[in-house]
Design a protein around this ligand. Structure first.
Ligand SMILES: Cc1cc2nc3c(=O)[nH]c(=O)nc-3n(C[C@H](O)[C@H](O)[C@H](O)COP(=O)(O)OP(=O)(O)OC[C@H]3O[C@@H](n4cnc5c(N)ncnc54)[C@H](O)[C@@H]3O)c2cc1C
Length: 505
């Protein structure tokens, strides 16, 4: 990989580069590769971290002699390939760079627990899966009839599927908050990204986001999810790809962007160390959370249609908490669901000490999402560990559960380079907002990343396709007259006034 540099720029024109690509995650690297393939090499990737990959981050956990690389960010290739059909491009990269991944059985290998120990409610889980399938189908009907979008919570209510007890609630969580979050069950579980409570998820967008990835009949890849277990880290797919085309002078690592100034003539980007970089075009691939938080100053301020689009989508948080024990004492299935009296309290468990993953590792992890993630991000590690252990001991009342020998979780929401894990489409976010999120400003300022993807928001492959498309469109601009930029709506309109209210302009 190119070595970190803040000084090597390409001085082939009066500007520092033709294109500045801000952010070296999947979208940024794939945009750069696209420009390169179009014969445009006068670009510079500007990245705050000391490596490429963005949210693809791993951590080495474990006692000496028993250490493992685990993924604190994305872990699954979601939707793989069916026969010779279209492959998920993330799977294609993994194959190309020999990045090890393994089918993860998310619906057929589950043990269920409550706060008194083992408790079989797999039948409820099956029903919950069927309910979700129905909810996805109903979403399609609503679209045909041009009915308004609603929250998933309403969808459950309308279809008579509102959870009535902690088991139904835990199963709904598995379906909606977690499974959809990145690990969908093989059936049409919806949204991969639902770390928020179901009322914050768009019914319709959840359905199409699911189908375009998992339903082959709808153009999806497959209904399977593969877990990356490569000890070089999942990020290898993007770093190895970058190493094939990226020259040292085309990347500037350890470079934190603070200001993006744009006009009809070009762009100027200022870094934390006051370095300024000029270019004809800039592609911003920072996460939705970074844009929402206001970490970057835009000069002039972004137009109101862009700000509304940015602020109308949700940046969700998803947290994986890893534990290592001297030896495995837990379930032999791949997954476990824990039903607590409190919804979302350490509910989804995955065993890595499994013959398919890292046998003998003593590793297990538990996932929390949404508000629960934010809550634990504000706590000391030791306090979180204590709570997790309380749950594990409730799951195993008849054995003496020892303390873990290693413990780790990453705080995504407080990280100023991410400010959350991935975007989530709420019912009030409309397709017009999505268009506006990816629209150009003054034909100079471009946006890409998982959040700008209409079909695959939240996913690695969403970031991939958005980087690809932005690279192609920007290439047209660099090459000349075919440059159109991306259109926007001045306002996104979907409201009808109540008939009995007179609105005086
Ligand atoms: C915990 C977690 C689990 C996930 N699980 C999955 C999964 O299993 N499967 C899946 O498909 N997807 C998953 N995702 C989503 C996936 O990680 C994202 O969709 C994808 O990585 C986004 O890529 P991107 O290029 O759009 O953005 P990013 O990866 O965020 O890239 C943006 C880059 O901009 C840089 N940056 C930010 N601010 C600045 C600044 N001021 N100056 C300079 N650089 C800056 C960042 O460092 C980053 O490198 C998960 C995400 C998380 C966090």
């Amino acid at each position: 990989l190119p070595s970190p540099s803040t000084t090597h720029y390409n001085h082939r024109s009066t500007k520092d580069a033709k294109v500045l690509i801000l952010g070296g995650g999947v979208a940024g690297v794939i945009a750069a590769r696209t420009l390169h393939r179009k014969g445009i090499d006068d670009f510079l990737i500007v990245e705050a971290r000391d490596e490429l990959g963005g949210r693809m981050q791993n951590y080495t956990i474990g006692v000496p002699g028993k250490q493992y690389t685990v993924e604190v960010g994305p872990n699954w290739i979601q939707g793989t390939q069916t026969g010779n059909g279209t492959a998920n491009p993330i799977l294609t990269l993994a194959r190309k760079h020999h990045v090890k991944n393994q089918y993860n059985d998310l619906d057929g290998s589950i043990t269920t627990y409550d706060y008194n120990g083992l408790k079989d409610y797999l039948d409820i889980l099956d029903t919950s899966i069927d309910q979700f399938t129905q909810i996805v189908a109903d979403a399609g009907e609503r679209v045909k009839l041009q009915q308004v979008d609603l929250g998933l919570q309403s969808a459950y209510g309308i279809t008579g599927a509102t959870p009535k007890n902690i088991y139904e609630a835990a199963c709904q969580y598995y379906e909606v908050d977690w499974v959809h979050v990145f690990i969908l069950l093989i059936i049409a579980t919806a949204h991969p990204i639902d770390a928020q409570a179901p009322d914050q998820n768009s019914w319709i967008a959840s359905a199409w986001n699911n189908n375009f990835t998992f339903d082959v009949d709808m153009g999806g890849f497959s209904d399977e999810n593969n877990l990356c277990i490569d000890q070089r880290g999942f990020k290898t797919i993007i770093q190895a790809e970058a190493a094939e085309f990226l020259q040292p002078e085309q990347v500037s690592l350890n470079s934190v962007v603070t200001t993006i100034a744009y006009s009809g003539d070009g762009v100027t980007v200022t870094l934390e160390n006051s370095t300024t970089l000029t270019a004809d075009y800039v592609l911003c691939t920072f996460s939705l959370g970074v844009l929402q938080y206001g970490d970057i100053a835009f000069k002039p301020d972004l137009p109101s249609w862009k700000t509304e689009a940015i602020q109308s989508m949700v940046m969700a948080t998803y947290t994986k908490i890893f534990l290592q024990f001297e030896e495995k004492f837990w379930f032999d299935t791949e997954m476990a669901v824990y039903a607590d009296k409190e919804r979302g309290r350490y509910p989804i468990w995955q065993s890595l000490d499994h013959v398919k993953f890292f046998p003998g590792s003593g590793l297990v992890f538990v996932t929390v999402t949404g508000d629960f993630s934010l809550r634990i991000e504000g706590m000391e590690d030791s306090d979180v560990q204590e709570e997790v252990m309380e749950v594990l001991r409730a799951m195993y009342p008849n054995i003496t559960v020892p303390d873990p020998v290693a413990f780790h979780f990453k705080r995504w929401n407080v990280d100023p380079l991410f400010r959350g894990s991935y975007s989530n489409w709420p019912p009030s976010f409309l397709p017009g907002h999505s268009e506006n999120l990816r629209a150009t400003v003054d034909k100079r300022l471009w946006f890409a990343g998982e959040a700008t993807s209409l079909k695959y928001f939240g996913f690695l492959h969403g970031a991939y396709f958005e980087g690809l498309n932005a690279g192609e469109e920007i290439a047209k601009c660099v090459e000349g007259p075919a440059c159109t930029g991306r259109e926007h709506f001045n306002s996104v309109v979907d409201a009808s006034p109540y008939p009995f209210v007179s609105i005086t302009p």
